[in-house]
Design a protein around this ligand. Structure first.
Ligand SMILES: *[C@@H]1O[C@H](CO)[C@@H](O)[C@H](O)[C@H]1NC(C)=O
Ligand SMILES: *[C@@H]1O[C@H](CO)[C@@H](O)[C@H](O)[C@H]1NC(C)=O
Ligand SMILES: *[C@@H]1O[C@H](CO)[C@@H](O)[C@H](O)[C@H]1NC(C)=O
Ligand SMILES: *[C@@H]1O[C@H](CO)[C@@H](O)[C@H](O)[C@H]1NC(C)=O
Ligand SMILES: *[C@@H]1O[C@H](CO)[C@@H](O)[C@H](O)[C@H]1NC(C)=O
Ligand SMILES: *[C@@H]1O[C@H](CO)[C@@H](O)[C@H](O)[C@H]1NC(C)=O
Ligand SMILES: *[C@@H]1O[C@H](CO)[C@@H](O)[C@H](O)[C@H]1NC(C)=O
Ligand SMILES: *[C@@H]1O[C@H](CO)[C@@H](O)[C@H](O)[C@H]1NC(C)=O
Ligand SMILES: *[C@@H]1O[C@H](CO)[C@@H](O)[C@H](O)[C@H]1NC(C)=O
Ligand SMILES: *[C@@H]1O[C@H](CO)[C@@H](O)[C@H](O)[C@H]1NC(C)=O
Ligand SMILES: *[C@@H]1O[C@H](CO)[C@@H](O)[C@H](O)[C@H]1NC(C)=O
Ligand SMILES: *[C@@H]1O[C@H](CO)[C@@H](O)[C@H](O)[C@H]1NC(C)=O
Length: 471
């Protein structure tokens, strides 16, 4: 009790360095190594150190020379180091050490756990983060200090994770997500003909590699304009690909968040497809009925990611969907006639109608050039299902052409998702390296290929550098 009060006082005594207080966690039955922290003025490893144990049922003083009694108790003391060969719960408690001629006392708290103990997780001394598909080495903590001091030799080491053996020397050539977990390394030491064990635990966390981390909006394009008709329903899909399911994709109207409440005139809905490699997200901005006001605003689709935040801003533009189809003919007679039919009916020339045609001609000495322009003020679904015929009625010969209208495919601009421009890849000499270039496009005539400098890389897989292609 007195000792503890003293400790608190010293902590706040001006001019006195703070005391150190360490914790050491060991498994019951195994070897415990306590090291008295050294200070500059006592850096000599062999300096005389006084050790005191303050355990539950005993208070003992250990000095430098390992006496027969200490040896029998399985305790070795040498300078700054105190070793308990087989720690038991009785050894649990506080230990203190001080250097000769120094009033400074350091404290070490020894905790002894049984294997089943929930607290045994505190024995984890290290954690290491590695990245998927990269090499990774796990280092287990080793009390190699023992070799210098005593005739203790390291006998063997084993490392394993919950029953599964770990690779040799803790080296993974290509680490996987499933390799994450807690690894237990058992060191066996030979001393005086006996084997003593020490366990250390290290936690391995395998993260997606930086290379596969991505967060990119595929469509629409920034500043893209969408042609819309007033009063029509318009859906604008914002598509993104990411590697993290904590990423968020949403729409802003100006600076305000668009809501997902589908009873509102403008809202968005959200879907995602989860695969092992990436998550495809779509946030669809829906205008129930496009208004004049909607045309005056900017809409931003934002991808919020820990890795990289990106956005695209789009605007709506009123459709100038007038479609004009010119039919040109050349004749020698000015009594010839050029006109349009919709199915079997004549198209009129009245320009207030939604579909009409107008007519011009150029008279030269040799021939007459005629143009009949079929005009759709705004193409309707019905127009798409009709056949239109341009007919040249002539005394000499009657001819005609028939056409149909076809709706444009929506255009998704092609984009390279991986790798990033100017990305550096760390490689080992003489190793095989594969670098994936991924792209998304809406056209199957688009081409994805590699260049080395200005030269094309070939696909011949017998070459030292080549590429292959999947889609
Ligand atoms: C180590 O072993 C050698 C030879 O057996 C012996 O002479 C020496 O005293 C031992 N040292 C210690 C620290 O036990
Ligand atoms: C470990 O110790 C045992 C028993 O003394 C011995 O048979 C074995 O060869 C030693 N192994 C190593 C790697 O030193
Ligand atoms: C020491 O560890 C080895 C390997 O894990 C094990 O076979 C042996 O039983 C352990 N010995 C003691 C005394 O715990
Ligand atoms: C959605 O919006 C409507 C109309 O503004 C409102 O009545 C309703 O409570 C909203 N629903 C939710 C789930 O917010
Ligand atoms: C979003 O809502 C619109 C209108 O209700 C619907 O047409 C569209 O399919 C929905 N999109 C998704 C991705 O759920
Ligand atoms: C995606 O899949 C992973 C692995 O199956 C899962 O952990 C994650 O919760 C899923 N995310 C979503 C948004 O469904
Ligand atoms: C929309 O964005 C453009 C370009 O950034 C900007 O010039 C314009 O003022 C914005 N309009 C509104 C209504 O925010
Ligand atoms: C053109 O069509 C409009 C509406 O159908 C009609 O009111 C007008 O009289 C027509 N004009 C001519 C010159 O036929
Ligand atoms: C026919 O009318 C359309 C729309 O009014 C106009 O753009 C076009 O120039 C006209 N063509 C001719 C040949 O007069
Ligand atoms: C075209 O030119 C010829 C010869 O000059 C003339 O007789 C004819 O009337 C002209 N036709 C038209 C449609 O102007
Ligand atoms: C348009 O033409 C195609 C081919 O000649 C024919 O199969 C189709 O029935 C026609 N459609 C209409 C609406 O006349
Ligand atoms: C691939 O390259 C090897 C070695 O340069 C060559 O012998 C072979 O003919 C090539 N194959 C093709 C299909 O070009």
């Amino acid at each position: 009790m007195k000792g503890k009060i003293l400790l608190v006082l010293l902590l706040f005594w001006p001019g006195v360095c703070p005391l150190s207080f360490q914790e050491v966690h060991v498994k019951s039955g195994e070897m415990a190594v306590l090291q008295c922290p050294s200070y500059r003025e006592y850096s000599d490893g062999d300096a005389e150190v006084f050790w005191t144990s303050h355990t539950v049922d005993e208070m003992k003083l250990f000095n430098m020379s390992t006496s027969a009694e200490q040896r029998q108790m399985g305790v070795l003391v040498h300078g700054r180091i105190l070793v308990i060969l087989r720690a038991s719960v009785n050894h649990q408690g506080n230990y203190s050490c001080s250097f000769r001629n120094s009033s400074r006392r350091s404290w070490i708290n020894l905790r002894v756990y049984t294997v089943e103990s929930k607290e045994s997780g505190k024995m984890i001394q290290d954690s290491k983060t590695c990245y998927t598909d990269k090499s990774c080495t796990l280092y287990c903590h080793d009390e190699n200090i023992l070799f210098d001091t005593w005739n203790i030799t390291r006998n063997s080491t084993t490392c394993h994770k919950e029953g599964e053996p770990s690779p040799k020397d803790g080296y993974f050539s290509s680490v996987k997500k499933e390799d994450s977990g807690i690894y237990t390394c058992t060191w066996s030491y030979l001393y005086d003909g006996q084997i003593y064990n020490m366990t250390s635990m290290v936690k391995l966390d395998v993260q997606p590699s930086e290379i596969t981390k991505k967060a990119v909006i595929i469509s629409p394009e920034n500043s893209q304009e969408f042609d819309v008709d007033l009063d029509s329903t318009v859906v604008i899909d914002c598509k993104a690909v990411t590697s993290s399911d904590t990423d968020d994709l949403f729409w802003l109207s100006g600076d305000s968040f668009v809501e997902t409440n589908s009873t509102l005139p403008v809202f968005y809905n959200y879907t995602w497809v989860n695969s092992t490699e990436e998550i495809s997200m779509t946030a669809s901005l829906v205008f129930r009925q496009v208004s004049e006001e909607d045309l005056s605003k900017n809409y931003t689709c934002k991808l919020q990611s820990d890795y990289e935040t990106s956005f695209v801003t789009i605007t709506l533009k009123q459709n100038d969907s007038t479609v004009v189809i010119d039919c040109k003919a050349v004749t020698s007679s000015d009594t010839d006639d050029l006109f349009w039919l919709s199915g079997d009916s004549f198209v009129e020339t009245n320009s207030t109608l939604p579909v009409f045609y107008n007519y011009t001609w150029v008279n030269s000495t040799e021939e007459i050039s005629m143009t009949a322009s079929l005009v759709f003020r705004q193409v309707s679904e019905e127009d798409l299902s009709n056949n239109y015929t341009c007919k040249l009625q002539s005394d000499y010969e009657t001819s005609f052409v028939t056409i149909t209208l076809k709706q444009n495919e929506p255009f998704i601009p092609p984009v390279i998702i991986l790798p990033k421009n100017k990305q550096e890849f760390e490689v080992d000499l003489d190793s095989t390296v594969v670098i994936d270039c991924k792209a998304v496009t809406s056209s199957d005539i688009d081409d994805l290929f590699w260049l080395s400098g200005d030269s094309f890389v070939e696909t011949n897989s017998t070459l030292p550098v080549f590429y292959n292609y999947t889609w």
